[in-house]
Every structure is written in C-alpha cells, then in structure tokens.
Design a protein around this ligand. Structure first.
Ligand SMILES: [Zn+2]
Length: 275
C-alpha cells in the first residue's frame, strides 16, 4: 500500500502537472465502486468545468482542491494508481475513472484490486476527516514529545501502534518496520514500554527515513504496485534494511533478519539488534 513517501510523490507530481487545469469531462467505468459519494451523475456534474486549484496530502489521502470549494479526496489503498496521460493515448489496465483535463491531459485512476476510494467532500466534511487523521510525522511541529504522549498508555505492540493512522498518519508497513530497525526497538514491544530515549530515536528515524524515501520517489516493493504519475517505479527499495529481507544478513550485526506475523502483517526485524 502506498505510504507517506509514495503519496507525497504522487501529490507533488499532481501539483506540478494538473494544478491549474480545468476538468472538462469525467469518464466513469461501470464498476467504479471507488466513487463513494455522491452518485455518479452528481459526481460528474459537480466536477465538470471546475478548476483543480492545488494538490495536498493528508496522511495517505490525496486532496485536490477545486474552484467550487469542494475537495476531491482520493485514497489509493492497496493497488490504486493515479496516472497523468495525454488524452487518447494507450488505455491503462484496470481503469476506473478518467478525469479529462485542459491542456490535452487526462488524470486516470486505475485500481487492480479495487479497494481505492474517491470522494467529493465539502469543507465541513474535509475538516471532519482532518480531525480523524493523526499528526503528520514530517510536520515541523510534530516533536518527539508529541510522539511520546501519543504512545503513552498504548498497550498494543509498537509496530501496530505506528500503523494506527489516528496516532501518526502516513506510516504503513514498510516504514514502520524500517523506523523500528533504525531505532533498535523490537516491533513486539508494548508501545507504552518505550523509554524517552527510544521514542526520541524512533521519532528521528521516522523523519529521516520518510524524507529519504521521498527523495527516491518512494518504494516499489515486490508486488510492484506502486508507480508515480508517469508509471515509473520508486527507487527506495534498495535502501530498505529489513522490509521483505527475511533470511538476509542484518546490515548491523551478523544475525539474520526474521519475519514474523504481527496483527496479520508481515513484520521484519533483527532479533539481536532490536530489543
Ligand atoms: Zn542485527
């Protein structure tokens, strides 16, 4: 699933390529269950002739601000992709919705497994969503102290706590594993058991890893689903130290990276480095 660096990459692309363009048409395939609300007909009516003013990221959501003061809120979930193509070029597989734009462009939403969502929200609904989403780890105002407060009294494993979007937003399975490795914290530890020093290092590691992953335009993992708006892969995979590297040598010690299942998710760590 695309996480903060992947969604940030897409958001930056959209800001560069489609902000300022006007929606001329919306082509919806019959089975586009991704559109949650409103109805297809109203969705189309509300979008046509509106300008995309800017693209923003909220956790793992992409928010397109429209000139109608409404917001097109997109979540890619497992396999959603946003591709910017020239009009009438080769169709993309699993196309669900095509937003036809000025300047001969098309913003295409494709989704192989079909869990992605597209919603048209008003300001009030967006505010409600913003309140549900936890702080962004890359926000300058998000301190180690904030993270510490948010982890207090959390009895679940630290790894699962980091995946909870209401505690911190944008972190998913890849970067939770990587940040815990960098912070030398065992993913199974209770979140509330982390020392101040642990939290400080975890906070620092999260920021550092997420920023570096953005620089390399995200991670295209083994499933190969994530691509940018041109269909290109992210290049951060070769910098991953533990994620999907079970059985390989730990980069810090002579031990081997282990894979366990935690809350239904593959969890990768070095049992000797991470205490
Ligand atoms: Zn190790």
């Amino acid at each position: 699933m695309p996480e903060l660096p992947e969604v940030e990459t897409i958001k930056n692309d959209l800001q560069k390529k489609v902000a300022g363009l006007i929606l001329q048409d919306v082509l919806i395939t019959k089975k586009a269950k991704q559109i949650r609300k409103p109805s297809f007909r109203r969705f189309k009516e509300e979008l046509i002739s509106r300008k995309i003013k800017k693209a923003e990221r909220l956790g793992k959501f992409i928010v397109l601000h429209l000139s109608s003061r409404k917001f097109l809120v997109i979540h890619l979930r497992m396999t959603g992709r946003l591709l910017v193509r020239k009009r009438n070029t080769k169709p993309d597989d699993y196309l669900k919705v095509a937003f036809v734009l000025t300047k001969n462009k098309e913003l295409r939403f494709t989704d192989a497994r079909g869990f992605g969502t597209i919603e048209l929200l008003n300001k009030k609904e967006l505010t409600k969503l913003q309140e549900k989403v936890g702080p962004d780890p890359l926000d300058k105002s998000f301190t180690a102290g904030d993270l510490e407060k948010r982890l207090q009294r959390r009895k679940r494993a630290i790894k699962l706590t980091l995946l909870d979007q209401s505690i911190v937003s944008g972190v998913g399975n890849i970067y939770a594993n990587e940040a815990l490795f960098a912070a030398k914290v065992n993913p199974r530890r209770k979140a509330s058991s982390l020392s101040g020093k642990n939290v400080k290092l975890l906070h620092e590691s999260l920021k550092k890893i997420l920023k570096k992953a953005i620089k390399f335009r995200g991670t295209t993992a083994k499933d190969e689903y994530f691509v940018d708006t041109e269909g290109k892969k992210g290049r951060f995979k070769s910098y991953l130290k533990v994620y999907q590297r079970q059985g390989e040598k730990c980069p810090n010690c002579k031990g081997k990276i282990k894979r366990i299942n935690l809350g239904g998710r593959g969890t990768f760590f070095c049992p000797s480095c991470q205490k």
